[in-house]
Design a protein around this ligand. Structure first.
Ligand SMILES: C[S@@+](CC[C@H](N)C(=O)[O-])C[C@H]1O[C@@H](n2cnc3c(N)ncnc32)[C@H](O)[C@@H]1O
Length: 220
């Protein structure tokens, strides 16, 4: 840890964490693109590297294991500007938090991106200042139905099978809500559909699904 802090303090530029948007190459910001273009090393999921890494930068593919990703970043720090690509916005369930924690805020610059959550609410024409965001992406959420009924809008990041099963149970417990499944947002296969607890239970899990729960009447 101490060794890594020493390394980052002598870096020519900070680690730059770029939010790449929900999937479409058109949904990254200009600031994000500019931050990537002079990278010496680009770290990220293979799909993001394929989409955004400049041809002359070293590409470091990382998977879901956070410690492995952090070790890869540390190894490449001496090579020059390291850019870490994350899906959506770095502020929502991304590698940004562990990177900031490991290397320190002084050593990192964060470029925001369009979150899949924003894309989901936009697809329904809904504002979301008062929404409850829930990530069921990794660990299942620790939240009761009594707490959930206090909100008019709930967004569930639900890209896994256990997440879909959890969301189906919530849907059953909230009969005065409508549920929308928002899939592959910003991509050519984008689908936004009214759904039900039964459909959610039977839906095959896919990495790119957000479920929006809206109190009945709000969207009419
Ligand atoms: C690890 S989280 C990352 C969220 C990301 N930082 C953001 O702001 O959108 C991954 C989850 O984001 C959601 N997601 C990401 N891209 C999506 C897309 N194009 N369409 C629908 N959901 C998406 C899914 O719920 C997926 O399980």
């Amino acid at each position: 840890m101490g060794e890594i802090e020493l390394q980052t303090k002598t870096l020519p530029s900070p680690i730059t964490i770029v939010g790449c948007g929900p999937g479409s190459p058109e949904a990254i910001t200009l600031a994000g693109l500019r931050a990537i273009e002079d990278a010496a090393v680009v770290v990220g999921a293979p799909r993001l590297l394929e989409c955004f890494a400049p041809p002359d930068a070293a590409q470091v593919p990382v998977g879901v294991d956070v410690e492995t990703a952090l070790a890869a970043i540390a190894r490449h720090l001496p090579e020059g500007k390291v850019v870490v690509l994350v899906t959506g916005d770095p502020g929502i369930s991304s590698l940004a938090r562990p990177v900031l924690r490991r290397f320190g805020r002084h050593a990192c610059k964060v470029i925001p991106g369009i979150s899949a959550v924003q894309a989901a609410f936009a697809s329904l024409g809904l504002d979301w200042l008062d929404a409850r965001l829930i990530s069921a992406h990794g660990r299942m959420p620790d939240i009761t139905v009594d707490e959930l009924v206090r909100y008019d809008k709930i967004a569930v990041l639900a890209g896994t099978q256990p997440a879909m099963q959890w969301a189906a149970r919530v849907a059953e417990a909230l009969p005065h809500f409508e549920m929308y499944v928002c899939r592959d947002l910003t991509l050519p296969a984008q689908q936004v559909q009214l759904t039900s607890a039964d459909e959610i239970r039977q839906m095959p899990a896919a990495g790119r699904i957000i479920l929006i729960f809206v109190k009945k009447g709000i969207l009419s």
